[in-house]
Design a protein. Structure first.
Length: 83
């Protein structure tokens, strides 16, 4: 339980900052973290979506995005996204 508390505290400190989110599928997102809930569903603003394809990363800009916490694999505070 203590590990979960530290994880939530880390995410809470990232609100208003840039974050890199790696999903369980072939997608990754970078954007400003606006908020999250108990299930780690997240709202990001100024989002760049990266989709890993056989030809490299395909990118798309989005103004706002809601991510389902069940599909999140990794969170990287301050992350710049895939290169």
């Amino acid at each position: 339980m203590r590990t979960l508390t530290r994880f939530v505290e880390l995410i809470d400190k990232c609100i208003g900052s840039k974050i890199w989110v790696v999903m369980k599928n072939e997608k990754e997102f970078t954007g400003k973290l606006c908020g999250f809930d108990d299930y780690v569903n997240m709202v990001l603003e100024d989002v760049t979506e990266y989709e890993n394809t056989k030809d490299g990363y395909k990118t798309q800009k989005l103004p706002q995005l809601l991510l389902n916490g069940n599909n999140i694999c990794t969170l990287i505070p301050g992350g710049a996204g895939p290169v």
